[in-house]
Ligand binder design. Structure first.
Ligand code: GRF
Length: 192
């Protein structure tokens, strides 16, 4: 849980590596009336991430890190986040695994969205695995980030039905649509 102090919105950084559709959606929703967050910064480990095109368009601050040496990079990043008064980090398709120390420094203030009904199908290729496993449902999960991959406390989940005709591509599309709704809902749930 994160406490709102007065009328100040929670300064939020969104971490992306690719398309950034969740980032884009979060940013748009953060502009809505009564939003508890304000998106101040986009962090990426990939200078070619498509999402950065939108970040530029929205005139947001962008920080790109190579993550060649994780410890050094994370220390720089921590300083930058502190300098910018960032109080919440939303991982949205961010492909780097953050180290324990980083997570500890932002304890309870890093969220992630994962395209499965956790604890099922942690890690990559979730849709392929859900279909191979003949699951009837898949979905998405917003959770706190802990030092164990995709294992932190669950905040919200949304189920999506898997039809016989579904491929990993069609399932990914259906799940992503729900992700775009779920992430902001989960953020609102933990800020009071
Ligand atoms: C989403 O499916 C998210 O759950 C996963 O990576 C994908 C990112 O999509 N972690 P986008 O970059 O937000 O479009």
């Amino acid at each position: 849980m994160i406490k709102l102090i007065g009328l100040n919105k929670i300064k939020t950084a969104i971490f992306i590596s690719g398309n950034g559709s969740n980032f884009k959606r979060l940013y748009k929703l953060s502009l809505s009336k009564g939003s508890p967050i304000t998106v101040c910064l986009v962090v990426s480990d990939n200078k070619n991430a498509k999402g950065l095109i939108y970040a530029k368009k929205f005139k947001l601050k962008i920080k790109i890190y190579q993550f060649e040496n994780k410890q050094i990079t994370e220390n720089k990043l921590l300083n930058y986040l502190k300098k910018n008064n960032i109080k919440l980090i939303c991982l949205a398709g961010f492909m780097k695994i953050l180290r324990k120390n980083f997570i500890k420094k932002f304890n309870g203030k890093i969220l992630n969205i994962h395209p499965s009904l956790l604890p099922k199908f942690k890690g990559l290729n979730t849709h392929e695995r859900a279909i191979q496993n003949k699951e009837k449902f898949s979905g998405c999960t917003v959770h706190y980030v802990s030092s164990k991959l995709d294992s932190g406390k669950i905040i919200l989940q949304k189920k999506v039905k898997i039809n016989k005709k579904d491929t990993s591509k069609s399932l990914a599309k259906k799940v992503l649509k729900q992700e775009h709704i779920l992430y902001f809902k989960a953020i609102k749930k933990i800020i009071f």
